[in-house]
Write a new protein. Sequence first.
Length: 185
Amino acid sequence: MPAEPAARGAFPRWSKTLLDRSRVVVRPLARTDRDAKRAFLAALSSESRRHRFMRSTDGIGGAQLEQLVDIDRKAGIAYAAIVKEDSREKIVAIGRGERDGDGGFVCTLVVADEWQDKGLGTFLLGRLIASARNRGQRRLYLHAYAENVRLNDLVRAFGFRTQAEQDHPQRVIHELSLLRADRDD
């Protein structure tokens, strides 16, 4: 069953029941989420942080954190999946996409380790695809390590085409055409 928008307003919100029957609310990431995002990134395993940032990193702070939460809503979007924990909002996943200036929408997706394999990445990627289409983008891209089996399987299910990066053979680029004539479906 598809998720339903949780509330009407300036920004969309969706309430989603996941495969394990847990519930999350998905909404645009806000500047006020800075501390929650810092906690989310710090709680990721080193492998998940490496897959998200395409390099090893022990932590995110300062200017880099500001860049991650300061979204130019004309050029991109970032969605946060939220759960309530001790009456506070806790981020458990983030999907982000930005225009690349050439008709493409470059996306990143990261799900907290304990929230993986519940359908959350699938839902967020679907929202990013819809957002890119609504913005008139022609293609959607994700960069990943070839070893990132979860992401590689997820994008394959959405019909992405995959190719190795020329300068980094351990990395791949996943590409989805958003033009109906280019699609095989």
